[in-house]
Design a binder for this molecule. Structure first.
Ligand code: SAH
Length: 338
């Protein structure tokens, strides 16, 4: 815009350190410059529609975008972390059988600013900066590659939010070209791959993406990624009772990943409307984990903190749009301000 370069640093500081919510607050910028910015850029924080689980612990925020669409983000605090789970799309195109995000269809991808806006909003609810960001909310990050990467570079920037790349996780349903592209970015982000089945026939049924990028192609991409980045890949595996949780399938999983720098995150299914699968018993979960651990694979079971507050993957937006209002467990907020 023809202004000296240091003005950019000032604006950046106002946005990400001072958390300015309008241009007028940026007092050390000339008034004419502020007017120019105002005319050219919208500086609108996300509007909070509802927040669930107001007790200390996991909270889920339903936010409204400028065009009236809704997205969700989840705060998952633990003893040593403040994790924030963000969405990258409204809805999802990938339609995994057990995931609520795809059930209400796909609406649109988010802009980088709308993803960063979730981090700003999450920070204000936490009362401080999150320590970890996971791209595990609604949507497929590699179906919105450019905006996701741009948002990562913004939240990673030292002079701003300064969230370390190693504390940022991208989770993909297995979009091979996205994995290859990420290999070349020179970013130290964590990559999670949602596998959920070690055999094509089963994975085809659970995850339609497998018909485009079958397991062998996916594993080749993961090997290339691991070789190029020297990083460990986390495989996510949602356990569905009697469907993909047998010891035989655990052994097939071992054969698939044992030559790769990998760990496994086991997620007992969080029940969703429209999917008949059930959560396995603790016994079945630990038997599956036991097979992996015995084979020398680091496998941990993710404890669901989300299901009681409808925080499991797309459930909140779905309930909200089905009823036209928040469900009983939600606390609607007047005026959208926190
Ligand atoms: N599209 C990305 C990120 C979104 S979901 C991906 O597929 O990885 C984040 C994780 O939650 C994925 O591993 C997804 O498969 C899993 N998930 C979705 N619905 C679930 C459910 N009902 N119960 C347990 N895990 C689920």
């Amino acid at each position: 815009m023809g202004h000296p370069a240091y003005r950019a640093r000032q604006v950046w500081h106002w946005l990400y350190i001072r958390r300015a919510t309008n241009w007028a607050m940026m007092q050390n910028l000339p008034a004419s410059f502020r007017r120019q910015l105002e005319a050219r850029y919208e500086l609108a924080p996300l509007n909070t529609v509802a927040i669930s689980g107001l007790v200390p612990g996991t909270r889920k925020i339903l936010a409204e975008l400028r065009d009236g669409e809704h997205i969700e983000e989840v705060l998952i605090p633990s003893a040593d972390r403040r994790t924030l789970c963000v969405s990258c799309q409204v809805g999802c195109r990938y339609a995994c059988a057990f995931c609520a995000s795809g059930k209400s269809g796909f609406c649109r991808s988010l802009e980088a600013g709308e993803i960063v806006g979730q981090v700003m909003l999450g920070s204000s609810v936490y009362g401080q900066r999150p320590t970890n960001i996971v791209y595990m909310g609604m949507g497929e990050p590699f179906d919105n590659y450019d905006a996701v990467l741009k948002s990562i570079r913004i939240i990673n920037e030292k002079d701003g939010l300064n969230i370390g790349a190693r504390h940022i996780t991208i989770s993909t349903s297995g979009v091979v070209p996205g994995i290859d592209r990420l290999s070349g970015e020179g970013l130290q982000v964590e990559l999670s791959v949602s596998l959920h089945a070690p055999l094509d026939e089963l994975r085809d049924r659970l995850m339609p993406v497998n018909r485009v990028y079958p397991i062998a192609k996916l594993m080749e991409a993961c090997s290339r990624y691991a070789a190029a980045t020297k990083r460990i890949i986390t495989f996510e595996y949602t356990l569905i009772n009697g469907v993909n949780d047998s010891p035989e399938l655990a052994n097939a999983l071992v054969r698939l990943i044992r030559n790769m720098p990998a760990r496994v995150n086991l997620i007992p299914l969080s029940p969703v409307d429209g999917f008949t699968g059930e959560t396995p018993s603790e016994e079945r979960v630990s038997r599956f984990a036991g097979v992996l651990n015995k084979a020398g694979i680091n496998a941990t079971v993710r404890v669901s903190k989300g299901s009681r507050i409808s925080a499991a993957c797309g459930q909140l937006r779905r309930r909200f749009s089905a009823s036209g209002q928040s469900d009983a467990k939600m606390e609607p907020l007047d005026g959208g301000e926190l």
